[in-house]
Design a protein around this ligand. Structure first.
Ligand code: NAD
Ligand SMILES: O=CCC[C@H](NC(=O)CCC(=O)O)C(=O)O
Length: 489
């Protein structure tokens, strides 16, 4: 399993730092092992990126698109192998890992369109000369990825960054190094020039060494709010660096006045338990009205959730939920469940750890209406908290009572109620009668508060990958038609 793990200046090189490994969390088997990149290796990667970036930015946009499209073709021809890597390293079911690879492929055409639409060139006539708006790349940017979408989310930064003419230093999650390695090998095959994309594997120390390197012009980060805040502090007083932060959420879903109970329960389940609750957009808090309709929805939700199939990613009969990312993460979610009980919550459906040696857990639902001092933390797993309400506006206020603001949804047959909800709710993704997970790459994706720093990703990633340049241009130096007062020639 030992092999050269870092891609620097177009070559695979051995790590010289601390050893670490990734595990298959569903089967408790090692998947990848290697050594982290040291500060010297970080320095070598950033220096090679600086050198390569100049030429890469000098390619025409069409030439860069050609390489990126070749990468898309390679993703398609290797889709099953990559999906298996994703499933092995994250524990997510193969059906879902396949959708992740499809999202990576779909990202290419969308990013080309977004580049042209949001950061392309425009020309405006002027009385003397012409006015242009063009965009230039920042230079060398670092991409830090999370473990929950080890292919799709780093790809969502890397593709637009490369299209814009940046060089990228990529540090994936230490929990998913193999997916990153497989992906970068496809970029290598696609013919990306040496140094334009580097892969540096490692844990937090490697991330810190990259973030602290003076040779990077910015960081495109997707991960926890804690790390995002840390990077934000680190970049305080550095207006010269661009920082795009895509962070967590504590996302509400409100139900009021629905006629189809099964469809309602479907959207709740899809929002709360997809990816074993490990999506930044997952519903964490469900607001149900008191009374007969709320009771009927809750009863059906418990029936359906109790029967959710949890299992191995490669089972012939595919489960809805695979495993969580690690045994530690599974234990962490059980501890949260206990914390909620200690605070006055009542378990309606107990989350269970199916095997101490794996990260397979069942979904859990806790009634929290009476919990005093409800913690405003992101609980990144399949644990849904239920709150009953009598007044719709109070439910919206409670939904907004969070430091986060990523996704929010309303399930209701009333268009009027939705308009009211839309006006009041504070989040970057606001859905009506659809799950709050499964956002489109063709729309902006980001949140407010502790969920992001107003640099939305997905379709708007183009915006943070390049800076605008305004020019007025004339082919010859000529006298202006009218001189300023006090000048004579
Ligand atoms: N908003 C979004 O688009 C989005 C998408 C997916 C996941 N997420 C969030 O990501 C989290 C799960 O991912 P995670 O646990 O891998 O996140 P994480 O913050 O632990 O790690 C993300 C990346 O940052 C690196 N890192 C950690 N500390 C660092 C430091 N001090 N300096 C530099 N780099 C550092 C990690 O090694 C990893 O590569 C959840 O909170 C989830 O909500 C957000
Ligand atoms: O875990 C967080 C991402 C969840 C995912 N969002 C996207 O895929 C956004 C679209 C993009 O980045 O292209 C979701 O909403 O399920």
């Amino acid at each position: 399993m030992k092999h050269a793990e870092h891609y620097i200046n177009g070559s695979w090189v051995d790590g010289a730092g601390k050893p670490f490994q990734s595990l298959d969390p569903a089967k408790n088997k090692p998947v990848w092992q290697g050594r982290a990149a040291t500060a010297e290796q970080v320095d070598a990667a950033v220096k090679s990126a600086r050198k390569a970036q100049y030429d890469w930015a000098g390619f025409s946009f069409e030439q860069r698109v050609e390489v990126v499209k070749k990468f898309a073709e390679l993703l398609s021809s290797n889709k099953e192998a990559l999906a298996l890597s994703i499933a092995e390293e994250t524990g997510k079911a193969l059906w879902e890992a396949r959708t992740e690879v499809a999202a990576m492929t779909g990202k290419i055409d969308i990013s080309v369109r977004a580049y042209q639409e949001r950061t392309g060139s425009k020309e405006n006539p002027m009385p003397q000369g012409r006015a242009f708006i063009r965009h230039k790349p920042h230079g060398v940017v670092a991409v830090f990825g999370p473990y929950n979408f080890p292919g799709h989310l780093p790809n969502g930064h890397i593709v637009p960054a490369l299209l814009a003419g940046n060089a990228v230093v990529f540090k994936p999650s230490e929990l998913t190094p193999k997916v990153a390695e497989d992906t970068v090998k496809l970029w290598q095959q696609a013919g990306l020039p040496a140094g334009v994309l580097s892969l540096l594997q490692g844990e937090v120390d490697t991330g810190k060494a990259i973030a602290a390197h003076d040779g990077i012009d910015g960081i495109f980060f997707t991960g926890s709010s804690r790390t995002g805040h840390y990077l934000h502090q680190q970049f305080a007083g550095r207006p010269d660096k661009i920082l795009a932060l895509e962070m967590g959420g504590n996302n509400p879903l409100i139900v009021q006045d629905v006629s189809n109970i099964d469809a309602t329960v479907h959207d709740i389940v899809q929002s709360a338990f997809i990816s074993a609750g490990q999506r930044c957009t997952c519903a964490r808090k469900l607001f149900l009205p008191t009374g007969a309709q709320g009771d009927a929805i809750l009863k059906r939700l418990l029936e359906v959730s109790r029967n959710i199939k949890v299992g191995l990613y490669d089972a012939a009969e595919q489960p809805f939920m695979g495993s969580m990312i690690s045994v530690a993460a599974a234990k962490g979610m059980l501890a949260v469940q206990q914390q909620l009980v200690d605070l006055g919550g009542e378990i309606l459906l107990e989350m269970r750890h199916l095997d101490e040696n794996t990260a397979l857990v069942t979904p859990g639902i806790v009634e929290c209406t009476k919990v005093a001092n409800f913690p405003d933390d992101e609980h990144f797993g399949p644990l849904l908290k239920v709150f009953r309400f009598t007044d719709f506006d109070q439910a919206i206020d409670a939904a907004n009572a969070t430091q986060f603001g990523l996704s929010a949804g309303l399930l209701s047959d009333s268009a009027e109620l939705y308009q009211h909800f839309f006006r009041r709710i504070r989040a970057g993704i606001v859905n009506w009668n659809r799950p709050i997970t499964g956002a489109s790459s063709a729309a902006p994706f980001g949140g407010i508060g502790s969920s992001g720093n107003h640099r939305a990703s997905a379709y708007y990633a183009a915006d943070y990958c390049a800076y605008p340049v305004a020019s007025v241009e004339l082919e010859q130096v000529v006298m202006p038609e009218q001189l300023s007062p006090g000048l004579s020639f």
